[in-house]
Design a binder for this molecule. Structure first.
Ligand code: SF4
Ligand code: SF4
Length: 195
């Protein structure tokens, strides 16, 4: 058969192909030694261990990995990435999978983690590229719905007392941080089309 007879076929990309294309990480290099999972400090809260996520991603089990709470529990500490004998950036895969879950409208099993990510990005945008802790806290309270809950339960007063104590000990600054100099480069990040 001539090559033209195949011209109507769409290329079939698996999840591992997409991770390789978008993040240059080859999950199929994994030989399941589980060193990543053995070093991860958060496995107690995960429904799938990190090495299982990598294996499932390699097998193209998109629903299983995107529906897992592991990708949201991961704190991006990169212990797994450092330990991997095959140089697989497991933390980078977790990050990619989070992005992918949000982009494709998947239900997020840990909505407060997503609220924190969104609050953090808004903080960086609004505070000129720097972390402004009081602003971050306020944005997180709003986005996560925790603010209202804390008012109702009286926990907000407790938090305020803690904030005052931290301020008195110099552990919390109310002074807005200086903006970064390259504001245009920062603005470009928000204008970049989503992959
Ligand atoms: S440490 Fe690397 S090779 Fe070992 S299971 Fe984890 S991802 Fe796979
Ligand atoms: S980056 Fe995530 S998966 Fe890797 S060790 Fe840290 S918490 Fe565990």
């Amino acid at each position: 058969m001539g090559a033209t007879e195949y011209s109507g076929l769409e290329p079939q990309f698996t999840l591992s192909d997409e991770i390789l294309r978008d993040r240059q990480i080859c999950v199929t290099d994994c030989y399941q030694c589980a060193k990543c999972s053995a070093g991860c400090p958060l496995t107690f809260a995960m429904d799938l261990l990190p090495h299982a996520i990598i294996r499932l991603a390699g097998l193209g089990q998109t629903d299983a990995v995107l529906g897992s709470n592991t990708i949201w529990v991961c704190s991006a500490c990169e212990t797994c990435t450092t330990r991997c004998p095959n140089d697989i950036d497991i933390a980078g895969v977790m990050d990619y999978l989070k992005e992918r879950a949000v982009r494709t409208g998947r239900p997020v099993p840990q909505p407060q983690v997503l609220a924190f990510h969104r609050a953090f990005l808004d903080n960086i945008r609004l505070a000129g590229g720097r972390l402004n802790e009081p602003l971050l806290l306020g944005l997180y309270m709003l986005k996560s719905g925790q603010g209202l809950k804390k008012v109702q339960t009286g926990e907000l007063l407790e938090d305020l007392r803690l904030g005052i104590r931290m301020f008195q000990k110099g552990r919390l600054s109310l002074k807005p941080p200086r903006r970064v100099q390259q504001l245009e480069a920062l603005a470009k990040l928000w204008r970049q089309p989503k992959a």
